[in-house]
Ligand binder design. Structure first.
Ligand code: GLN
Length: 282
């Protein structure tokens, strides 16, 4: 297994740019760890988005079920006030559903369960800040990419970990089943990886000194670090990735519809507008 440390020394703030005309080309050749349990650890909640436009439309084709794990701000998370699931993915999905004439229903399950939900046909698609990987492509088709991301390393402000090389022999916290989990396991060994159900739980473990670092996607990293005192994100990023929508291998017609809708939403600026609502570059 190749060492994955890319040490892309790029500013973390700069890396969340949209892929203007991305494709679902693979961005990682990591081998996926077995998601043995894939047990749903979070209570499943279902959210119906009342889509006025689609309800008025003569052409409402029914409901589209999106599987996600709403613990991943700013892509999908529960909004405090009324516990609605909001975020970039939730809004892009709603825009796609509207364009295709469906009402969107969001199902909040464990991240590990998102792909199984799509392969079993219980969900029409999975959208969860999900990175395109070769291993996942064996189970699902990916739409064209709608965003790029990088895996970053969070440490405590007073940490002696200054670069990715310093992670050797340290305990790394990750969200179970994510690419951060896969990279950390491959590069530093299973015995050095602590897995949590939610990214924020890994970050809390870091601030309590239970782990030495957390590897996670850059945008949630920024949110979690902002919400937790005494933490920082290392300048050197870990691996560059593309996010896309996971769709059942048998449902190529729907894949084409989603790609067509995505292309329009990119072209007319809708996706840019949604992203800039949630991510401010400064
Ligand atoms: N991008 C990461 C992955 O696909 C993490 C996604 C998530 O935690 N929602 O594995």
């Amino acid at each position: 297994m190749k060492k994955k440390i890319l040490a892309l020394t790029m500013a973390v703030a700069m890396v969340s740019s949209l892929v203007a005309c991305g494709s679902s080309s693979e961005t990682s050749e990591k081998t996926e760890a077995t998601n043995e349990a894939a047990e749903e650890t979070s209570t499943e909640t279902v959210q119906e988005t009342d889509n006025v436009a689609t309800q008025e439309s003569a052409e409402n084709k029914g409901t589209l079920v999106m599987a996600t794990n709403a613990e991943f701000p700013p892509y999908e998370y529960h909004d405090g006030s009324d516990d609605q699931i909001v975020g970039i993915d939730a809004e892009i999905a709603a825009a796609i559903a509207e364009k295709l004439g469906y009402t969107l229903e969001i199902e909040d399950i464990a991240f590990d369960s998102v792909i199984p939900e799509v392969t079993s046909g219980k969900a029409d698609f999975g959208m969860a800040g999900m990175t395109v990987t070769e291993e996942r492509k064996k189970s699902v088709n990916f739409s064209d990419s709608y965003a790029t991301a990088v895996q970053v390393v969070i440490v405590t402000e007073d940490s002696d970990i200054a670069s990715i090389d310093d992670l050797s022999g340290k305990i790394i916290g990750v969200q179970s089943g994510t690419t951060g989990d896969l990279y950390a396991t491959d590069d530093f060994g299973d015995e050095n990886v602590e897995r949590y159900n939610k990214g924020m739980e890994a970050v809390q473990a870091l601030s309590q000194g239970k782990v030495d670092a957390v590897i996670i996607d850059n945008e949630p990293a920024k949110v979690f670090v902002q919400e937790t005192a005494g933490l920082k994100i290392l300048e050197s990023a870990y691996a560059e990735e593309e996010y896309a929508i996971a769709i059942n291998l048998d449902n190529t017609e729907f894949l084409n519809d989603v790609n067509a809708a995505l292309a329009e939403l990119k072209a007319d600026g809708t996706i840019d507008n949604i992203v800039s609502k949630y991510i401010t570059t400064n």
